[in-house]
Design a protein around this ligand. Sequence first.
Ligand SMILES: CC(C)(COP(=O)(O)OP(=O)(O)OC[C@H]1O[C@@H](n2cnc3c(N)ncnc32)[C@H](O)[C@@H]1OP(=O)(O)O)[C@@H](O)C(=O)NCCC(=O)NCCS
Length: 417
Amino acid sequence: MNTEPNPRPEPVIRPIQESEWDRWIEVDEEAFGADFGPARRDRFKAVTEFERSLGAFDGDRLVGTAGGLSFTMTLPGGPRPVCGVTAVCVLPSHRRQGILSRLMRRQLTDLHEGGEPVALLYAAEAAIYGRFGYGRAADSLFFHIPRRGSEFAPHAPNDPGLRLRVVRPAEARADLEKVFEAVMPSRPGLYARGPAMWDAVLADDEEARRGRNSLRCVVAEDDAGPRGYALFRIKPSFTEHDVPDGEVQVDDLFGVDPAAYALLWRHVLDRDLCSRVFARNRPVDDPIIHLLAEPRALNAGWLDELWARVVDVGRAMPYRAYSAPVDVVIDVADPVCPWNAGRWRLSADTTGATCERTGDPADVELPVDVLGAAYLGGRALGAFLSAGVVREVRPGAVRALSAAMQWETRPWGGLIF
Ligand SMILES: CC(C)(COP(=O)(O)OP(=O)(O)OC[C@H]1O[C@@H](n2cnc3c(N)ncnc32)[C@H](O)[C@@H]1OP(=O)(O)O)[C@@H](O)C(=O)NCCC(=O)NCCS
C-alpha cells in the first residue's frame, strides 16, 4: 500500500474574471500587509485589464497575482507600447513554493505570444526579479536639502516673464497634464498617465497623505500658458524653541524649460516656515544638481527604479533607437525565455536597427537581464564586464554596444505603478 501523502496539486494560473477582482486585490493587501481604502481600490480597479491580470488558484482559492498594464512609455527614440507589470503577490501561506515563478513564466509566455516585446516594473525588493531576466534599468536619487545653504549658482536661469500660481491641485489638472505630455517624450522611462493615474497623483485622502498635510500645487506659467508645476505636501513642525522647522515633501515636479524648472525648485526650497525639502524619487541627472551653488547640500541617496525585461530579443532590440552605429553578434543566455537564447546579430545606426538570428561567432556573451538593464539607455556595459557578468569575445565589442545603447537623458519612470 502506498503510504506517501498525495502531492499537492500545482496551482492553476489563469486570467481572472472581473467578478474575482475583490479576491485578487485582497491577496495583494495580505501580501503587502496593507489596507487599500475604497478610493484606492476604485483607482486600481479602473486600470485593471482583466484579460492580463493573472491569478494563481489553489483549488478555488486565489493565492497569487500578477497584473499587466498597457502603457505607452518613452524609450530611446520615442514613446512605444510596453507592458507595465504590477500587483505581483503571493499569499504568505503559499510563499516559496514556486508560485511567483509560475506567474512570471506565464506572463512572459503570454507577452511572447502576442504582447509587447518589453516589460517593466517597480520592484518591492531588488533581489526578486533578476532571476526572471529583469535588469535594473533606471536609478533614482532622493534628496534631503536644507533650506539654508540651498542657494542657486549664478548661472541658474531666471525668466522675468515667468510667474507662479498657487492653485488647488484638482483645479490645475488640465495644466499639469499639458506640462507632463510636453515633457514625457524627452526622457526614457516616463510613461503616459491615463485618467486613473492622474487620479492617483492627485489623490488627497488620508491614505494618500500618510500623516502629512494636504497636497499643494504651484504652476509656473507665462501669458502663453503653463510651463511647469510642482506637487508637494508640507509636514509642519517647530523646534522646542519655536523655530519653524517644517519639511516640504516633493511628489511631482516638472518644467518644460530650464527657467520654469529652476523657479519651481526655488519655490519649494524657499517655502516659509520650512527648513528643508525631501524629494523622494528624482532622476539621476536631475538639473537641480547643476542649479545649486553647493551640490553637496542635496544629501543624495541612491535607489533602483524601473526594472526592464527584454521579452523578445528579436522584436525588442529594433524597437528602440541607438545613439551610435554598431554591428555586433550577441550570445544571449536566457533560461526563463528559451526563445531568446543564442546568437543574434544587432546592426544599428542612428536611423534604425535590425536584430536577427545568426550562425556567426559571438562578439559578446551576456545574460538577458543585462540587455534589460541597458534597454532604456541608462547603463554603461563596461561595468558589467568588470563585474564578470558580461564576456567580451571580440575586443572592443562591449564598448561599441555600450556606446550604441546608452542614451543622453538618463531613464526614469517617476511614478510607481
Ligand atoms: C515576493 C513574492 C511575490 C515571492 O513569491 P514566491 O511565490 O514566494 O516566490 P517563488 O517561490 O516563486 O520564488 C522563486 C525564487 O525567488 C526567490 N525569492 C522570492 N522572493 C524573494 C525575495 N523577496 N527576496 C529574495 N529572493 C526571493 C525564492 O527564494 C526562490 O529562489 P530559488 O529559485 O533560488 O529557490 C512573495 O513573497 C510576496 O508576495 N511578497 C510580498 C509582496 C511583494 O513583495 N511583491 C513583489 C512586488 S514588486
